[in-house]
Design a protein around this ligand. Sequence first.
Ligand SMILES: C[S@@+](CC[C@H](N)C(=O)[O-])C[C@H]1O[C@@H](n2cnc3c(N)ncnc32)[C@H](O)[C@@H]1O
Length: 294
Amino acid sequence: MERGFILSSQRSRRHPTPGPFLKWVGGKRQILPALLAHRPTEFKAYHEPFAGGGALFFALQRAGLLSTRRNSLTDVNAELVGTYRAIQDDVEIVIKALEQHRYDKKYFYKVRDWEPNDLDPAEQAARMIFLNRAGFNGLYRVNSKGKFNVPFGSYKNPRICDHENLRAVHHALDGIKIPCESFKRITARAKAGDFVYFDPPYVPVSDTANFVSYAKNGFSMADQEELAETFAKLVNKGVFVLLSNSDTQPVRRMYADFRIETVQASRMVNARSDRRGPVTEVMVIGGYEPTPSS
Ligand SMILES: C[S@@+](CC[C@H](N)C(=O)[O-])C[C@H]1O[C@@H](n2cnc3c(N)ncnc32)[C@H](O)[C@@H]1O
């Protein structure tokens, strides 16, 4: 008994379970059980083209479901991708740089003003993690000049450096391809039998049902249409595809040929407090039958 305990605690110290190291808007922690229940039973490589905080990637890693060396995590946010890469390359120097930061309002604004290009990759990653943990609601927002402009967030004793998780993330990222690229590149990357999870910026939920052709989040309706075409292309190629989006009329129209399941989530960020609360989202499934629940 005792021996078993020692062995398992030693193992967990060496490879503790990894989880998202950033708070990311649209993070999928809440609906993870539903996503996991709707994954393909078996697949070759896993690809997450809108990586963000990578909630499903880490969940699949924890469950021991990622086996090949062809898995990929991609995103168009260069700072985000650089942070993943720095942790993958040498987590100890990222941790060292992160330990220099402290939770203090004046200090936060000083670090926010730093020019990322003057920093080395580990310092850039540490700045990104610090601003994310100490900034308002984990938002990532830049101004027209590309400067991060999220205000300080008031928290009680926030954890800036989670050494154990960062080291676990480092192990989880071993061998993962992490390019900075648009979701469109996935058609070249994914092969038959692979599993792709798309978690794009959502189609906005509108009271009037008049959906504008551009979106504040920088992901337009034309992008949404292109994503739906990419989804269909992948399914035709024999790829297993799962997608999250808002439960809205355009989403249901774009994916009418595929299986659509609804899931309840509560929105973390909404400017209007009366709009916070449970919302329905959809999961679109293409090219496979989900794992039957046991
Ligand atoms: C809803 S978030 C993903 C959240 C993530 N699943 C999680 O668990 O944290 C959407 C992500 O898509 C990225 N993104 C936006 N437009 C993109 C594009 N054209 N191609 C690839 N990624 C894009 C954003 O940078 C953002 O990280």
